[in-house]
Design a protein around this ligand. Structure first.
Ligand SMILES: Nc1ncnc2c1ncn2[C@@H]1O[C@H](COP(=O)(O)OP(=O)(O)OP(=O)(O)O)[C@@H](O)[C@H]1O
Length: 390
């Protein structure tokens, strides 16, 4: 020890290595080859063939979506008997989210005046004026109470009189108008994507035959899988809805565009896959989708009138996902190296097995020595026995 410390510089030029021992043990030898075989199968079958470990993957897709709906529906409203996309698509500039009206309740020609509150509004019924506190807003109602309890138009019930947009909206079953042609409306979806890591971009619009192809095609998984024009009825049925049911109450649908691009192949093989899913719940409280909007006008006397619309329909939400992959030498080296380190695990297990077997042999040898020692002890005189045993 003293000598070692006296010359520490000598250790600077020392190199420590492992001494390998070749054993003739067939079981351990076979086991080691078996480990190597499994690891090679894992490297080739799983890492390279299945998971394409020689490629780098980019799943940060940048995308833009433009939508346009076309089709005409016959309706019966105060201002028109035909509705086009300008009327039934909200908002009218197409984007990732759009709403297509399929059913609506029109309350035409409302003016700001007094009228009885709708009996369908909770807490609106009354028996005498004391139930209608003047100046109080009706909770979830249509106006401010005037302090009078009065008979509703065409109804036997009494409700508080309000100041608001009158007459109030009629219940749905009396006034709803369906857009029967909505099933045949067409939805055009233009999608542009970019994988920044590879600086490569794609669009779902095929260059060949454009624009005449788009004008005439209709998306069909077998005959026109890359046509970007979809029939609304097909979208709804593929999302698992029955058109008539959801057109009446409204619903949300997700249009999923999935890109899976292998840029080691021909980039023209990189095409979108479309799928559709319902995004609503089927419980009565949460099912359906509707909202209200109003269109305002003024009469000759300068009085403001409005038409109120409660609209039901399909809320379409276009979602884009994608991954792109390309060969990368760094990724290949990392994956090969990390799998090859597993070989060390195989060696370690074989070492442990070998040690365990050797230990067993050694234990047998030790028990023989112990037996010899006991025989020798028995032959010794007593005073030597004590010394020896100590
Ligand atoms: N909902 C749709 N259904 C069927 N074809 C559509 C639809 N929306 C657009 N198209 C067609 O797709 C092509 C590309 O539409 P884009 O909006 O880019 O061009 P456009 O000439 O402005 O279209 P538009 O015909 O509305 O004037 C056009 O030929 C258009 O007619």
């Amino acid at each position: 020890m003293a000598r070692r410390c006296s010359n520490p510089l000598l250790y600077l030029f020392n190199y420590t290595t492992v001494r390998y021992v070749v054993t003739q043990n067939k079981i351990v030898g076979l086991l080691y080859r078996f480990f190597q075989l499994i690891i090679m199968c894992y490297l080739i079958g799983w890492v390279f063939v299945t998971k394409k470990g020689y490629q780098v993957v980019d799943d940060t897709i940048e995308s833009s979506v433009v939508t346009k709906v076309k089709g005409i529906a016959r309706v019966n409203t105060t201002f028109s008997d035909l509705w086009g996309p300008e009327e039934y698509v909200i908002p009218d500039h197409g984007g990732k989210f759009l709403f297509v009206v399929t059913n609506f309740i029109e309350t035409p020609n409302q003016t700001l005046t007094t009228c009885p509150e709708s009996p369908s509004v909770p807490f609106s019924t009354c028996t005498h004026d004391d139930n209608c506190t003047e100046g109080e807003a009706v909770r979830a109602g249509n106006g401010i109470k005037t302090g009078t309890c009065r008979k509703t138009d065409g109804n036997e019930t009494n409700t508080c009189e309000i100041y608001g947009w009158c007459p109030t909206e009629k219940p749905r079953r009396e006034a709803a108008t369906m857009l029967r042609e909505a099933e045949n409306f067409t939805v055009y979806i233009r999608n542009f994507i970019k994988f920044s890591q590879f600086n490569l971009s794609k669009t779902n619009i095929l260059k060949e035959g454009y624009p005449s192809y788009i004008k005439t095609c209709l998306h069909d998984e077998i005959h026109h899988p890359y046509c970007p024009v979809f029939r609304l009825g097909d979208i709804v049925s593929k999302a698992g809805y029955r058109f008539e049911e959801v057109a009446a109450k409204g619903g949300s649908i997700g249009i999923v565009i999935k890109w899976s691009c292998d840029f080691d192949m021909d980039t023209s093989d990189c095409h979108p896959q479309y799928s559709f899913m319902s995004m609503g719940s089927s419980t009565p409280v949460t099912a359906g989708y509707n909202f209200r909007f109003a269109r305002y006008s003024s009469d000759a006397a300068g009085r403001t009138h409005r038409n109120l619309y409660k609209v039901y329909g399909f809320q379409l939400n276009v979602m884009v996902f994608g991954t792109a992959s390309q060969f990368s030498i760094i990724h290949t080296i990392i994956n090969v190296a990390s799998v090859l380190t597993l070989m060390a695990v195989g060696s370690y297990i074989c070492d442990v097995i070998l040690l365990f077997m050797v230990k067993k042999k050694y234990a047998k040898f030790e028990s023989l020595i112990k037996a010899d020692k006991e025989i020798a002890l028995q032959k010794m005189p007593d005073h030597s026995k004590r010394k020896f045993s100590h």
